[in-house]
Design a protein around this ligand. Structure first.
Ligand code: C5P
Length: 240
């Protein structure tokens, strides 16, 4: 069950990141690095984490013309990422060429293809901003489901989605489509700045394939213990 747990390494530098990887590599499935850590330490941070035995989710949310995203997808693939993200808003062709590029490069190198995951509507976007600033006159959840189906048709492996969107995507895209869910808070952890949260148990029961958890683990006095408690909760939900 630990494979379902991804730790968000939202820390400013390599030392702090690798300390956490060292403590957590046997307790969790993968480590997510975002633009803060990637840009402060450079791409070698991926290798550093892998050398310590961690799988890496490169969360850089690519969004550009199809060729640029495809070429970048090849590079991320040959770095041995376990998972990476592109924006669904980049369109069908961009997503499709990204997935194809990952498949091709993985075959060329004889390595596992990374999971290519679409980001749909960022959870920081409100319904009002969605309609007035982005000009999309639809309910956010409807757009999220539509983009999830588009991502699936483009050959992507899954989407990132908030806990509230889980049941709708699972219903629309079936059981084999991966749903990666942040905004997860065990009952014993602080909510921080997250809103509309779910516990690990609720998220798994609602169809999450992977849970992204940051601060409840990384700021815990005993990060490995925090991770173990979450994995136990996931296991209990799976057994139901
Ligand atoms: O510390 P916390 O558990 O809140 O970290 C959640 C992680 O998931 C962060 O890296 C955050 O950027 C990411 N995330 C999120 N909500 C989204 C998309 C990504 O919290 N909608």
């Amino acid at each position: 069950m630990k494979e379902k747990l991804i730790v968000a390494l939202d820390v400013p530098n390599r030392d702090q990141a690798l300390k956490l990887v060292d403590m957590l590599r046997d307790e969790v499935g993968a480590f997510k690095i975002g633009m803060q850590l990637y840009n402060s330490e450079g791409p070698d941070i991926v290798k550093d984490i892998q050398t310590l035995g961690g799988k890496v989710f490169v969360d850089l949310k690519f969004h550009d013309i199809p060729n640029t995203v495809a070429q970048t997808s090849k590079i991320i693939t040959q770095r041995g990422a376990f998972m990476f993200t592109v924006h669904a808003g980049g369109g069908f062709k961009m997503m499709q060429t990204s997935a194809e590029a990952a498949r091709e490069r993985a075959a060329e190198f004889g390595i596992a293809k990374p999971m290519v995951i679409a980001v749909t509507v960022l959870t920081s976007i409100s319904q009002q901003v969605f309609e007035e600033e982005m000009g999309i006159k639809k309910k956010i959840v409807d757009q999220v489901v539509e983009w999830s189906k588009l991502a699936q048709k483009a050959g992507l492996d899954g989407v990132v989605a908030s806990p509230q969107e889980l049941p709708y995507i699972r219903e629309a895209c079936g059981k084999d489509f991966a749903i990666v869910t942040p905004g997860v808070r065990p009952v014993w952890a602080a909510v921080n700045d997250q809103e509309r949260i779910m516990t690990p148990k609720q998220a798994v029961e609602n169809g999450a394939s992977y849970l992204v958890v940051g601060r409840p683990i990384t700021t815990h006095a005993k990060p490995a213990e925090a991770a173990r408690m979450i994995v136990e909760e996931i296991a209990a939900a799976e057994c139901k």
